[in-house]
Design a binder for this molecule. Sequence first.
Ligand code: SAM
Length: 251
Amino acid sequence: KLSKRLQRIADYITPNSRIADIGSDHALLPVYLLQSGRCPSAIAGELNDGPYQAARRQASDANVTDRLQVRQGNGLSVLNAGEADTVTIAGMGGSLIREILEAGHAAGKLEGVKELVLQPNVGEDAVRLWLREKGWYLAAEAILEEDGKIYEVLHAKLTPEAESLNKKLYDGSFLPVPREQSIKEVLLIRMGPHLLREPNETLIEKWKLEISKLERICRQLDGSDLPESAAKRNQFLNQIQFIQEVLQCLQ
Ligand code: SAM
């Protein structure tokens, strides 16, 4: 049985797609997708030796070596253009996911890929920005809690209407906070345009925790004499205020 987090990722994947799971570790996700019949074939990419060996063992223990290729390498370099319909990247920071996507995109590795399912552990905004810049439509998002951690899962699709769909998605008019459109857009990119439209308890919890973290940093900056500390503190106080405004309108 998959964890709730990996199951959420699996459920977003369009049935019958050939998948490439980058940073696969034990290859739990691709093995599940093959065994459940959701996907006909899979590639598991791993940079590091330990996880690469673990993925190979898992493929052989699960008897799926005919349909699961385990490849060692950095990010999307393990993939050839046209080999996968769906790429999944999960359990890394958002900036690393963005770097992997950017390098893969520049090398033509995403050719033929129609769907991305991404689960950044932090820095979701870096991923949302990259998707929008590169013309991927953010079709859905989920936020969930498991073992005391909060995870976000982003589901993006390549469609000719991506630009106009994203334009509507990132139009913050629906957010009743007294801020100009450009600030609302920043908030949507940071907090999730779908998540904010259908907020749940976990979303609210996540951002309450983020406020506490920012408040802690502000208190630390209070005790500092460095000239740049005051400016930083103001920046964080502003952020706290924006997030609080959004939380108030969600609750
Ligand atoms: N995707 C699995 C999951 O979500 O449960 C495993 C996540 S694990 C925390 C992150 C994995 O990414 C590690 O096994 C690590 O070796 C691998 N990794 C990190 N950087 C990578 C890169 N540039 N290319 C491929 N794999 C990478």
